[in-house]
Each structure stands twice: as C-alpha cells, then as structure tokens.
Design a protein around this ligand. Structure first.
Ligand code: GAP
Length: 438
C-alpha cells in the first residue's frame, strides 16, 4: 500500500516540479477535484488529443468533427434521463458530518474517519447547476454538461441537413465535461472537471456487432499510438445488471493504474435510445431514410468514450521510471516519442564558448523547424541538463562539442532510456530524429 502511495506521490510531485500538472487554484488552498495543466502537461495533453483526432477523424472518411456548447438547453437532460437519474448514493456521518459515496465504502455502516454511523442514503445528482442570463428563476437554470455525447446527438439533424452523410457514419468531439463527484480521488483519475473524447457512430441496427468489434480494436490501436502497452489494458464485459438499461453491450477498458485496475475507457452499444428520446422531447424527427432499401428508421449508436485525463494519467504512470545511471539514482519519464512534450533538447557542451553556443543555436533552429517541440538549454552542467530532460521525458538530447565545430564531426545524440550516445552527422540529424517521433 505504501509503495503505491509513494509512487503516486513521487509522480504528483514530479508533475508539479517540472510543470506538468498543478493543483487547481493552488494559491487559494486549491479546489477539490480540479487540476491545472502547466506547459508540459498541456503539450502532452494536446499530443494525446491530436493522435486521437488523427486516428478517429482525419484518417477516416466517415467521421465528422464537432465542437458543441458546454451549456445546453435543460430539456436535453430531461430527455436523456440525467436530470432524474444521474446520481450517486450519498451518506453523511451523524457524528463528524463527513460525506461519502456509499458504494465506495469498505464498511457501508461505519464512517471511515470517526467510526460514527450514517444517516439515510440520499441520491445526489452529479450535474453542476448554473444560472443562464440575468433572471433568477426556474426557467434560467442550466447545467454544465456531464458528458460531451449529447452535444452530438442534438446536432444529428444539423449534420444530416448540412452534410448528407450515409450510414454508417460518426460524429466525434473532444471537450470538457463536469461531474460533481462526491469523492474526487487518485490524482486525475476522478475529478470534477475533465475532458472527454467521444464518438457517436450511427449504424443500421443489423450491423451493430461489426461496428462494435471495429471500435473494440481501434481502442487498442489508439492505446498503442500513445504508448500504452497492451498487457496493461484489460477488457471487462459489463454484466447485464450493471449496464445502463438501454445498452445492449458495454465493454470497459481497464488499465493497471498504480492504485489498481480501474476503468480507462468505455465502449457501449447505446441502441437508438438517445436519438429516440431527443426526438420525443423535442418533437423533431431524427430518423434516417435509407435510399437503397427505401426504409426509414432511427439509427442505432456505437459509442467509444475516452477520458483525456485518464489517458494522461495512464501514460504518465506507465512512463514513470526509477533506475540507476552512472552509479546515481535517476527518475525518468519513458514517454513514447509520439506524446513526449519535448522531442529533443539541444545543448552546447560549455556555456562560455561562443563558437559552441552559436553552433548549438544553429542546430536548435534547424531541429525546431523540423520537429516543433525542441528546447535549447545551456543552464548548469551537462549532467543537470540530462536529468531535467529525463524527467520531462525528452527522448533525445543533442550536444554540440568541440569535434562538432573543429572537425565537422556531427553532434552527439543521447538516448533517454539507455543513456547511450552516438555521433550523428548534421545532415542526417533531422531524418534520424523525425523517423523516431511520429
Ligand atoms: N458518454 C458516455 C460516458 O460519459 P462514462 O463511462 O460516464 O461514459 C466516459 O465516461 C469516460 O470519461 C470514462 O471512461 C473516463 O475515461 C472519463 N471519466 C468519467 N468520469 C470521470 C471523472 N470524474 N474524472 C475523470 N475522467 C472521467
């Protein structure tokens, strides 16, 4: 147990020390369930989102990107059932008044903080309520969306009318979602504000199994894109009793987080539930006419749903590595080059030699143009620079030394994982590094 806590604490402290992730509103004592991404965390997150968008949107010809509003007409949540049913069981200790999610307590009868007994179980709706506009009446209440999915369903007709797609096709969206979780926990794992990457893939119901299988495989392929090993991802076939009543099949993709095997993503066959309900509540026809078969029906949906922050936590926790190099302990982030926030760092061997600095600046400019995320560093000694880049997860450190400028002997390229260095000619450098990154 303490090993797990130690690993999580070391990871959280590295994330703060190096500018990946900070506690939300930290200078005011924080706000539970919120996290702020710093420069490297933002870059890592953007890389994950870009790889997802590439695989699921730009590389395909049957997917339509969306970016719907976070605030939606509250009728949306009546139609979906969130207004009445999106709740967790809440209990409050009669003695210390601490509140807990009842289904997460080891002993549902006793308060884990003081041993007191609980009052009755209440259903706590997890949607954040807010006021839209200047009047404060019931009609002005809206909610921060608890999932991005509904922004796509309510635009089904707009997409049909503007782009005229034929089945099967999908809508894809990346965006924030908000849930007033009773017990946010485990760093980014369960927070109150997070991001989702979701697809609503519309199909003829007879084709559901084929589409489900296709996305099951695509989920694994995406995990490969961001460097998550297949052996740490496990499929859980969600049993009938635990599935949403409208779902005919759901798989949870679980990941071996340091604190245990927990849900990373979900894949659900949502039938025609959402479109049918929105059609009923809005009185707008959301059916589809199959020209070839002259048949009208409400399309069914396969929904792969990915948490951005959980992907990031899975990536960070697998990457976090402690080893020994040159007789010294070191910590490094073994990030896949595809997601690493910095792809390469360029150093002059010595800071006070203008010819080395000038050459290093020239190489830096060349690499930055080709690879984008490249850093120049001449602070401290070379060992310190390596340690800093290792903790950020930079795959390659490029050093300009005297042989580079005096003999035209190329630069040294150091491999983050092994610490091994090799000389690479200036002319080959871009091809050598870019070949390993995408
Ligand atoms: N549209 C379906 C949907 O929202 P979900 O299983 O409730 O399904 C999908 O959420 C994904 O969103 C989860 O698998 C997880 O990756 C992420 N997620 C859900 N709640 C979260 C939270 N409180 N904090 C961080 N990520 C969360």
């Amino acid at each position: 147990m303490s090993d797990i806590r130690d690993k999580m604490e070391s990871l959280i402290s590295l994330c703060k020390r190096r500018g990946f992730i900070f506690q939300g509103s930290e200078i005011y004592g924080g706000l539970a369930g919120t996290w702020d991404y710093g420069p490297y965390g933002t870059a890592l997150k953007n890389n994950i989102k870009a790889l997802w968008w590439k695989r699921f949107v730009t590389d395909r010809d049957d997917m339509y990107g969306m970016d719907a509003a976070i605030l939606m007409n509250p009728r949306t949540w009546e139609a979906t059932g969130h207004a009445s049913g999106f709740s967790d069981p809440l209990v409050e200790c009669k003695k210390c008044h601490h509140r807990f999610r009842q289904d997460q307590l080891a002993d549902p009868e006793r308060c884990p903080d003081c041993g007191g007994s609980f009052g009755e179980v209440k259903q706590f709706n997890m949607m954040f309520k807010t006021q839209v506009g200047a009047t404060e009446d019931a009609a002005s209440i809206s909610y921060l969306r608890p999932e991005t999915a509904q922004g796509m369903f309510v635009n089904f007709k707009n997409l049909m009318d503007s782009r005229h797609p034929t089945l099967p096709f999908g809508m894809a969206q990346i965006g924030k979602a908000f849930r007033n979780e009773i017990a946010p926990r485990d760093f980014l794992f369960r927070s109150r504000e997070f991001e989702q990457m979701e697809i609503e893939y519309f199909i003829d119901p007879k084709d559901w199994e084929k589409a489900f299988e296709h996305f099951r495989q695509e989920v694994h392929a995406f995990n490969g894109d961001i460097g998550l090993g297949r052996d740490h991802v496990h499929e859980l076939e969600v049993p009938d009793a635990d599935r949403a009543f409208y779902s005919k099949r759901t798989i949870d993709f679980e990941f071996d987080f340091p604190f245990g095997r927990k849900e990373l993503y979900g894949l659900a066959y949502r039938t025609d539930y959402d479109l049918a309900r929105h059609s009923e509540y809005s009185k707008v026809d959301l059916s589809y006419f199959d020209e070839a078969e002259k048949r009208r029906f409400v399309p069914h949906v396969i929904e792969p749903s990915f948490g951005v922050d959980r992907s990031l936590l899975a990536v960070l926790s697998t990457a976090y590595t402690e080893d020994e190099m040159g007789g010294e302990k070191r910590v490094f982030m073994k990030l896949a080059p595809s997601v690493a926030p910095v792809k390469a760092a360029v150093f002059p061997l010595l800071k006070n030699k203008p010819e080395l600095v000038a050459k290093a600046r020239e190489i830096y400019a060349m690499l930055k143009k080709a690879l984008g995320a490249v850093e120049f560093d001449d602070n401290g000694n070379i060992g310190k620079r390596y340690r800093r880049q290792d903790e950020i997860g930079t795959p390659w450190c490029v050093t300009v030394d005297f042989d580079t400028v005096e003999k035209g002997a190329g630069v040294t390229v150091r491999d983050r994982d092994t610490g091994k260095q090799e000389r690479v000619g200036e002319a080959e450098l871009v091809a050598r590094l870019s070949g390993t990154i995408s």
